[in-house]
Structure formats: C-alpha cells, structure tokens
Design a protein around this ligand. Structure first.
Ligand code: ADP
Ligand code: ZN
Length: 759
C-alpha cells in the first residue's frame, strides 16, 4: 500500500442502493492507513454511512468533497480481484455494486461490530513479599488462598478456569487485582463451530483408471493455469468424484495455492465436512467452513481465518465463492447443476457462473462436477469451451439400480382413486420389510392435502395474499416450535408467504358442509404408509418435521443405524446421502415438476429422478427404483429409466434450440409488481414499449403478461421476458431503460438475468 501514501482522495461505494461511486478526501491523520478494500465511515447526505474504498486517486473532479470520518476495522477486507469480480457481477446481473458488496462481504465483516471473542486470563503481578501474604492471610484469607495459587502459575490461566479450580469467586479475584497483586489480560479465542469434534486423519485412496485420468486433467491444468479451460466431470453417483476433488485440492496445496469447494447448502452435512477436515487433519485450521447456519461470531472467525491465510481450503455453500483466499489455485463446484447456486434475491447471481469468472480473473483452475450436468455446462463442453471428463463406473462396481416405471393411469383404471402407493410399489415395500432392508419414499410436496375444495360450489380455499391454494397440514409448526395440532382439525397454510388459517367446518363461499381434501403431500404419504404397514417404523423428513435444531441429524442417524424402516421425504432426502441398507426408492409422483410452466421442467425431472435413484443400492444388495407417473412416456422419465444422460441431453438440446432457450440464448426476466393490479399492469406495458424503442432487432422482446403466479404476498405481478445472445449489452440496455423510467411509488421492478425461477 506504500505507493498510495500520497493519494489524497478515495472513491467509495456507500452502503446504500445508489448507482454512483463517490469521492472523499483523506485527512492527514488517516493517510497511509487507507487502501483499496478498506472500510470507512463517510458523511453521506445529512448523516454518516459506511462505505468500501474501491479506488485511490490523486485528483477528483467532484465538487464539495468532504473528508472521510474514520476507518472501520483493521486491514483492507477486499482485494483487487474480488473487486473486479464484484464489478462484473454488477454489470452482468444488472444491479448496483453496493448490492453486490452485500453478498461479497458478510454483514458481520462489513459492520465490524463483532470482533474476536476475548477471554480473561490471570497472571501474578510481581514478586510478592512474605509479609504481604501474611497480612493478607489475616485480613482476607480467601484472597490469600487465591494469591498462593496464582503465584505458582507458570503461564497465564483462563480466569474462569482458575476460579473453578479454587472454588473461589470473581469478587475475590477482582480484589486481588485492585491490590495490584494479580493482573488480568484479554486474549482472543477462536469460535470454531467444529472445535469439539475430532477428525480422524485419512489418506489418499488408490484411484481407479477413470479417476486417475480425471485427476491428471486437473493437475495438468494446475501446472499451467493460464491456458486451462474449466473442467467438467460428468460422473455417475458413487463414481468417486469427491475423492478426485480431495486429491486435486492436495495437488493445489502442493503448488502453494489455495482451494474453494462449493457444495449445495443441503449437501453441506456433517458427513461432508468430516471428509474434508479429515483429509487435511494434519494442519490445524486448514479447512474453513462457511454456511448459513453459522452464528455471526463463528462467521467472523471463519472469515478471518481465511482472510489471514491460516485456512487454505474453504468449503461452503453459494456465497463461499467470495471467500477472501489469496493465491487461489482451484475452485470446485460440486453438483454444478443445482439450482440453489442461483441466488433468488439481488444480486441474483449464479455461483457456478461466478466461479468461472473468478477463475478467469485469478487465473486458477475450475472444476465442475455432477452426475447430471446442466444443459448449459454440458453444451459448453460440447462446443469446446470446457474440457469434459467422464466417470462412467461406480467405484464399488455395483450395478445401477433397476428403474421400474409404474403407469398410474392403469392403476386408476383398476378402479382406485388417486393412488398414493401402487400395488407394485406396495409389494416391493412389503418385501423389503420382510428382509429388513430400508425404503425411501420421495414426494416433493409438503403437507397433507394440497387443497381444500368445496364439492358443492367448487371453490378452493386460496391464500388471501397469493394466487395459490392453501395446503392442509395435520401437524403444524410455527416459529421453530413443533406445535402438535389436533389432527381432527389441523391448519391451512400458504407455502409461499406463510399465511395460515383455521380449517372451516363449512364452505365459507356457499355455506354447505361439503368440503373435501384434494391432492396429497408427504404427511398424507406418511399416514397412508402407516395404515398399510402398521408394524413398520416410519419417519418423515421435510421442512415441517425438521424444525427442531437437531432433528435432521437425529433422523439421519436413526435411519443409518437401521432404527427406521421407511423414510418419507421431500428433496431434503434426494441429495448426497449414503445409506448402504436402502434397496428400494419409491418416487410417489414423478410428474410434479414436469408440469410447471418452466422450460427447465423436463431437465429438473430428469435430474431429480437420477439423483434420487442414486440413493438405492449402495451396499451389497442391488437397488430398485419405482417411478410412479401419469406420463410414463415423457422423455425425462424414459431416459432417466435407462440411465441415459447423453440421450436425454441431445433431445432436450434440440428442443431448446427450436425454442431459442438457454443455452442457445440468454434470457432476462423482468417482474413488475404492485399491490395495485392496474398500476402493475400499466407500468409493465409502459416498460415494454420503452424497451421496444431501446432494444435492437436482435433481441426478442415478449409482452408484459401476468406472471404464472399472478399474486404473491399481496403483490400483483407482470412478467416481461427478453432473449438474446449478447447478454452484457442487453443487461446494460435494460438497466438504462429502467433507470430512465420513473415508476409510481408503489410499483417496483426486479431484473433477473439467466432466471431459474419463472413463476
Ligand atoms: P461421488 O462423489 O461421485 O458420489 P464418492 O467420492 O463419494 O463418489 O465415492 C463413493 C464412495 O467410494 C465413497 O465411500 C468413497 O470413499 C469411495 N471411493 C472413492 N474412490 C475410491 C477408490 N479409488 N477406492 C476405493 N474407494 C473409493
Ligand atoms: Zn400466501
């Protein structure tokens, strides 16, 4: 930072959603301590605000420049690379750089209000004379006793520990300090979320042929990162991708480089963390973990562990892509197809795509891995932008599970109403129970019944704030507490806004006693299975049943140790869990995702079926998967059934090309919303007209239409979808158009670049 000593001005991004960067002067007293990436407090309008320094200059064109007030925290917290990345995100994803900063820097770091946890240590003050002790012994025998212990100390001791050992109290200690006979000092201690766990050191496994080739690709790239292309590992579940990542990280460390591993939040289980911490257990603190369940204090400590260079490996969910490591050598994005990598609030970035850009900025290697790569990534491999590596075999040489498709239409013809368990699936479960093997039943919908319908007038109970039906829950939890509601009554709840309502006895619309429960969710599956198999131990795992803090861990533990026969759940159980004794997986309704108004619906269904199937038959016994569906011949189901990713990819790619969807064209989705329906519509239409004037022919501009989810949390919503190839240019034009179009106060617009949520 020496060269910046003479700089008289700083350019900052204030922590307010404005689109401009502002200049301030640096007072003499602070000169030399500010640099790019420093956090500062500046006068802003009539008040002060926090800000991040993004540049230092010798001159400024701005008028009425005011001085910065103070420096926040100790060292600069943002380096040039991350700043460049933040700027790219702001441009690409069409949002103010300040908003991007909120994701790049955790709040606890930006505000610097929480520091290290300090603890008090005690040490003797000086050589204490015998006479003094004698006097103290008469005056205050307890202080004398404590003093004796302290004077024997070889090194400072934790105050709480000393008091515990001597059974004396704080008052006695304070009195000694006051007499000048003992000293207190503060020292920082690290809040380590995994501090109380022991990690057993593991060593590299001997790789098989395919793994060896995959690792060789990566080490080769590590040797010459300047020319390296991103590497996509397409490896079936259980093909040993994680082992390859572990050895690749080791190689990066050997190159004196650091590594970031991104995993979906849901896969960031204690099991996963243990695998990484265990492999690098020889260096204490080598692995930092970042996820949303950390306390603010823990987040502060993990972040500084990374920033100071003590941790060389970071494993974390989406936002770990911004981990402030230096000398970055490798970024791994596991399960790269996962849509949870997309942040659904501004900045609406996709962590995989940000990882690719960060790798370019910092000249490091990036590895994407998945059993079901996204169309985008696999296409990029196809056209040569990425290098493709295939892992086709499971490490244990086990066969892929047998996939059986059950046609629910035929079940229906047999005279049953909406079947939850087909006869075939029922029989298969019975067989597993007999053999003491385990079953997973999967349904991606919570609650008991999807809706409450009046059989007289046809009205459903809808959410007053959103355009969806309320879901009926037998069990109901709120505020983290499991409230057991009388199953005779239960409660209605909206899965979008959280609105809840009592179950009416009669239809509020027509007054008739004709209400029926319609559709079903995981609760109903659980109770139906319990009726058919009264002796089986059944547990449900979804967002409703897992509100208690340790419920998730506990349930998984009992399942692993065989205390549960059948586990019913939502996507929570679809990912990355290893259970050797599970030989049967039932997918209750494979059509749920297929019929969403979303061009990725087929892709998601294919991915989900393949991932869920990967849960079956990891042990000695081969697995079996039953897929229940009303559309047995849809491509996503048929290709998943034959474990044919490439076949699926080719036909889906054709469809995307015909319709101008990604990966052929980029999309931008603008949502205009307001509590007032007419104003939302009018503003949407005005915006569409302005865009038509602003955008060149090459971009395809759709009309302002009501969103599939017309009303959400009391707001009426209109969509405008734009497609085109030159995404940076499109983003800029959209931003400019919106900036020049003042909406009424109660209308707001959001811009989503490369959207994943089309509702
Ligand atoms: P994936 O990440 O592709 O699902 P994992 O890396 O988790 O696969 O590997 C699946 C299992 O096989 C793990 O228990 C892992 O320890 C084991 N494994 C991976 N590679 C090897 C190997 N080369 N030799 C023996 N076991 C391996
Ligand atoms: Zn609602």
């Amino acid at each position: 930072m020496n060269h910046e000593h003479g700089m008289r001005y700083v350019r900052v991004v204030v922590d307010r959603a404005i689109h401009r960067e502002l200049d301030y002067s640096v007072p003499e007293a602070l000169a030399g301590r500010v640099g790019v990436g420093s956090r500062v407090r500046v006068p802003f309008r009539e008040k002060s605000a926090l800000a991040t320094v993004v540049a230092m200059t010798d001159q400024s064109e701005a008028k009425g420049i005011r001085p910065i007030e103070a420096i926040i925290g100790e060292a600069p917290i943002l380096n040039e690379h991350l700043l460049e990345l933040a700027r790219w995100i702001a441009t690409y994803y069409c949002c103010p750089i300040e908003t991007v900063m909120r994701s790049v820097l955790p709040q606890v770091i930006r505000h610097a209000k929480i520091g290290w946890k300090k603890q008090l240590f005690v040490q003797p003050a000086r050589n204490i004379g015998g006479a003094e002790c004698e006097k103290l012994r008469r005056l205050a025998p307890r202080q004398a006793e404590l003093l004796e212990t302290i004077s024997k100390l070889e090194k400072p001791i934790l105050a709480t520990e000393l008091l515990r050992q001597t059974s004396l109290n704080n008052q006695t200690l304070r009195a000694l300090v006051k007499r000048g006979l003992a000293e207190l000092c503060e020292e920082a201690v690290v809040r380590d979320p995994h501090g109380d766990e022991q990690f057993i050191a593991t060593s590299n496994l001997v790789l098989n042929g395919e793994q060896t080739r995959a690792l060789a690709e990566i080490t080769q790239a590590l040797d010459s990162p300047d020319e390296a292309r991103p590497i996509l590992i397409h490896g079936v579940t259980g093909s040993g991708k994680t082992e390859v990542y572990l050895q690749a990280i080791r190689a990066a460390i050997d190159h004196r480089r650091t590594a970031i591993v991104l995993v979906p939040e849901i896969s960031l289980t204690p099991q996963t963390v243990e695998r990484f911490k265990g492999r690098f257990a020889e260096t204490q603190d080598a692995v930092a973990v970042l996820h949303s369940r950390l306390s603010e204090g823990e987040r502060h400590d993990e972040w500084h562990k990374i920033h100071s260079g003590r941790a060389q490996i970071v494993i974390g969910a989406r936002s770990a892509v911004f981990a402030p490591v230096k000398a970055l050598g490798l970024i791994v994005v596991d399960e790269e197809h996962e849509t949870t990598y997309k942040q659904e609030e501004a900045p609406r970035y996709h962590a995989r795509d940000v990882a690719i850009v960060r790798a370019k900025v910092e000249k490091c290697v990036v590895v994407l891995g998945s059993a079901t790569p996204s169309l985008e990534s696999y296409h990029n491999a196809g056209v040569g932008k990425y290098r493709l590596v295939n892992l086709t075999q499971r490490v244990d040489q086990k066969q892929m599970p047998l996939m059986r498709v059950v046609d629910l239409r035929q079940e229906r013809r047999k005279g049953k109403k909406a079947a939850i368990l087909s006869e075939k699936l029922s029989q298969a479960i019975a067989y597993r129970l007999e053999k003491h093997e385990q079953t997973i039943l999967f349904l991606n919908r919570r609650g008991f019944s999807t809706s409450l319908l009046c059989s007289n007038c046809g009205e459903t109970r809808n959410c007053p704030n959103c355009s969806v039906a309320l879901t009926f829950h037998q069990h109901f939890s709120q505020g983290g507490l499991d409230r057991h509601v009388d199953p005779m009554f239960g409660r209605l709840s909206c899965h979008l806004c959280g609105h809840t309502a009592a179950v009416p006895k009669k239809c509020p619309a027509c007054g008739q006693d004709a209400l029926i429960y319609y559709g079903f969710g995981t609760e109903k599956v659980e109770s139906t299975v319990a009726q058919i198999f009264p002796k089986a131990v059944i547990r449900r795992m979804d967002a409703d049943s897992m509100t208690r803090k340790d419920a998730y861990r506990e349930t998984l533990r009992s399942f692993r140790t065989g205390k549960i026969d059948i586990l019913v759940g939502t996507q929570m159980i679809a990912k990355g869990l290893h259970f050797p004794n599970v030989t049967l997986v039932g997918i209750i309704n494979a059509d749920l995702a297929l019929h969403l108004p979303d061009f990725r619906a087929g892709e998601r269904t294919f991915q989900l079926l393949t991932q869920v199937a990967g849960r079956a038959g990891r042990g000695e016994t081969p697995g079996e998967v039953f897929v229940q569906t009303y559309t047995p011949f849809s491509p996503s189901i048929q290709f998943a059934r034959h474990h044919d990713f490439v076949g699926y990819f080719q036909q889906e790619l054709e469809f995307r090309e015909r319709c101008d969807f990604p990966p052929f064209k980029h999309a931008i989705l603008i949502t205009v919303r307001s509590a007032h329906e007419g104003r939302a519509k009018f503003s949407g239409e005005t915006l569409k007209r302005r865009l038509k004037e602003a955008l060149p022919e090459e971009f395809t501009l759709g009309d302002a239409t009501p969103a599939p989810l017309e009303k959400l949390q009391g707001q009426f919503r209109f969509h405008i979808l734009i497609r085109g190839e030159a995404i940076m240019r499109l983003s800029r034009l959209v931003r400019e158009t919106l900036d020049n179009l003042p909406f009424p106060e109660d209308v707001a617009a959001t811009i989503d670049v490369d959207p994943y949520q089309l509702l």
